[in-house]
Design a protein around this ligand. Structure first.
Ligand SMILES: *Cc1c(COP(=O)(O)O)cnc(C)c1O
Length: 423
């Protein structure tokens, strides 16, 4: 038991992926992995900064960043070293205990989000878990509104096009019928109202409404921003009715839009914010921030929990990520490169609309060729994503250089042509 283990095959698997080809791996994949993701596009073995390499040695510029996750790119040396030293010191303790990095991260997130006094943090391991915690928080908003008899607050409002995750509570908030229908019945009381229609939201909110869930920019729906005026009006309507306003910033938070939170400019104080994707710089972690003492008291001892949530390694990874984002003023870089990329996209023939902020960008094409553009991109060494038949989404590492952005812009006309030719 005390001898030092060596396993050359395992070391090779981790460090190079070994001698197996991509096609061989994919055949083993389909015999061993549940089919929920279809066939993966490539088998990736290694990454550095904004580049990744597949099992056949081909290089890609990663313009998706693991879906807005790899904020500092792949294998960032500082994040890697902090994760390694935390793991070598103390890796997991359970929530019967706490650890310095957990507390320091909670404080840091409250500071960055300008949370009012009495705000608190709950740590989870993913976006959907952060949303589950928010869903349970909403269920605990049981107080009757001042101007009504004590009707129970059973209604939760989300938007058409919303994506909040895949576990049952988060799925109840997610709008897409194809995701929901196979799993009915979902937790009840959720209604979806048309996107961006403030009158529809106002008329849906009543004294039975526990909460409204909003993404400041709908990511999975193709990068659709809600105007600041909508967020303000939603804040007013929820406050007046005693309903919570919960912002899902799992995709838009942690500097993705060139601001810590995408909702920052709206000048509102939400009741809760969910975070995940970019928070750990690639390491899994999610968080629910509850704003102010009253909302923070809605969930009390024993009412929620998690084994892994807030563990020393994940919270150290997030502290390291936030440190680099702050110390190198990465957010200013995100605003600059994002603007450059969006301007270049808008000037590309065949691109009909460009949306988003910072480095969360969606653009529409003049034909239903988006999946073919993704395939042409892979062949040409670019990773992008198509959330819709004519929409491409970019969510690259926040450290994407202007040169790298230009490489993609220069290649795009040919990718669009290849995609059209393949139809
Ligand atoms: C990705 C996402 C989620 C779900 O996060 P997972 O980590 O995949 O569970 C929830 N909300 C939004 C807005 C997201 O973009």
């Amino acid at each position: 038991m005390n001898q030092i283990e060596t396993a050359p095959e395992l070391t090779e698997l981790v460090e190079t992926g070994g001698q197996t080809t991509g096609a061989q791996w994919l055949s083993r994949y389909s015999s061993s992995l549940l089919g929920v993701f279809g066939t993966p596009q490539r088998v990736l073995v290694r990454g550095a900064g904004c580049l990744v390499w597949d099992a056949d040695g081909k290089e890609y510029l990663d313009l998706l960043g693991g879906i807005a996750v790899n904020a500092l790119g792949h294998a960032h040396p500082f994040v890697t070293s902090v994760i390694s030293s935390q793991l070598a010191t103390l890796g997991h303790v359970s929530n019967f205990f706490t650890s310095p990095t957990q507390i320091a991260l909670a404080e840091k997130l409250l500071e960055l989000s300008k949370a009012p006094a009495g705000s608190k943090v709950f740590f989870a391991n993913s976006g959907t878990e952060a949303v589950e915690a928010a869903f349970k928080l909403a269920r605990r908003n049981t107080g009757a509104s001042p101007d009504s008899a004590a009707k129970p607050r059973t209604k939760i409002i989300a938007l058409e096009g919303a994506f909040h995750g895949r576990t049952m509570g988060a799925l109840a908030l997610t709008a897409k019928e194809a995701y929901r229908a196979p799993f009915a019945p979902l937790p009840g009381g959720v209604v979806h109202v048309p996107f961006g229609d403030i009158d529809a939201l106002r008329s849906a909110i009543d004294e039975t409404t526990a909460a409204v869930f909003l993404e400041p920019i709908q990511g999975e729906a193709g990068v659709r921003p809600l105007p600041a005026s909508y967020l303000k009006a939603a804040r007013e309507a929820t406050s007046a009715a005693g309903a919570l306003l919960i912002l899902d910033e799992v995709q838009t938070g942690i500097g993705r839009t060139g601001k810590w939170l995408a909702s920052e400019d709206a000048g509102i104080v939400p009741d809760a914010v969910t975070l995940a994707k970019g928070l750990g710089g690639g390491f899994p972690i999610g968080a629910l921030l509850t704003f102010g003492p009253e909302v923070s008291a809605l969930l009390s001892a024993g009412q929620h929990g998690t084994t892994f949530g807030g563990n020393p390694v994940a919270t150290a990874a997030a502290l390291a990520t936030l440190h680099v984002l702050e110390s190198q003023d990465v957010l200013a870089h995100v605003r600059k490169v994002g603007r450059h990329l969006r301007d270049g996209l808008a000037a590309t023939a065949g691109v009909t609309e460009v949306r988003g902020e910072g480095l969360l960008i969606g653009f529409d094409l003049d034909a239903d060729i988006a999946p073919a553009v993704v395939a042409a991109g892979l062949d040409a060494g670019f990773i992008v994503n198509s959330p819709g038949p004519r929409t491409i989404r970019l969510a690259p590492p926040l450290i994407l250089s202007t040169d790298q952005a230009d490489r993609f812009l220069a290649a795009l006309p040919a990718l669009l042509q290849t995609a059209k030719d393949s139809q």
